[in-house]
Design a protein around this ligand. Sequence first.
Ligand code: UDP
Length: 358
Amino acid sequence: MRIVLISTPIGFLGSGKGGGVELTLNSLVSGLISLGHSVEVVAPKNSKLHESNVKAKLHFVEGEDQISWQHQNYNSPVSIPDNSLLTGMLEKGLDIAKHADVLLNMSYDWLPIWITLNFEIPIAHVISMGSESSVITNLISKVYAKYPNNFAFHSKMQANDYPFIKKPTIIGNGFNLDNYIFQDSVKGPLAWVGRVAPEKGLEDAVYVANQLGEKLKVWGLIEDEMYASKIEKSFPKGAIDWMGFLSTNELQKELGKCRGLLNTPKWNEAYGNVIVEALACGVPVVAYKRGGPSEIIQHGQTGYLADPDDKKNMLYYVEIIEKIKRQKCREWVEKNASADIFANKVVNWLNKVMNEYK
Ligand code: UDP
């Protein structure tokens, strides 16, 4: 199969601004290549693919980023900046896709979905968020009526945000397991990993660590400075150990030393890459029982699911986290979320999409 992939229009690959999509795209590219498919990626200038993806051709586009939908009002209209990166990537992707089998869009935005109605080539969409915009959700509904197979979701809970989709295609997510080394660090610190932005609920994790008299190690891009400093001010000095944004290789080395990861999303998290990355290093996870995390974590086996927004319940589970066998965490990822398993699901789905156009 010849597949052209369109990246997120928010930040170059490697910047961290695109969140989990950056890692998902890399795992998918390597999984597809190892299955023998040819892959071209259209991405913002300065993007880098992981070293293992040298076989994929990368096309650069320059332009202005989109505003992330989770930071706009649900009813906001679509806005497209002058010299739009998204428009540029789409134009290039459509042009290359003339000689390919399918265009695979990984940006959560209006334009690539709308164009599906107006082009005769197969355009498939990995929807990376829950319903964060009325205009996009309504458009998905309209495109779905014509092309019922063109959308895939990371989890059932995420797909529930789009109730008009009768039998959603769930692809989960995939991870290059060679990039994560198992560590048996039962006595390490507590970790939190993610974009530092309100929908990620960092404050609840700081509360839990602080109740235990511990510093919380926080890795990730500070997307919202005001939010970060507000949290910092509401806890005693030094409650947070800001560790910055690291490459996957550096992150997994540090994360593997921790005894647990706290995951505290306030929104319907589509999947939660950081959970699986922690599990791959042998780190159990305590998360709120909502969105993708509630499908990934096996309660009592690979971590615990606390009642949503109930910090005390989360604290209770963190106190018994040593009951989880770290080897079980790694095993779950090997059996359920490798890059190959993921790529196979995506290929099956893309075949269905392409069949609609025959
Ligand atoms: N991440 C990273 N380095 C860091 C912290 C986070 O590369 O120091 C990456 C992490 O690997 C994950 C992404 O940031 O792929 C966050 O994705 P997630 O699905 O957890 O949430 P999203 O940002 O997409 O909402």
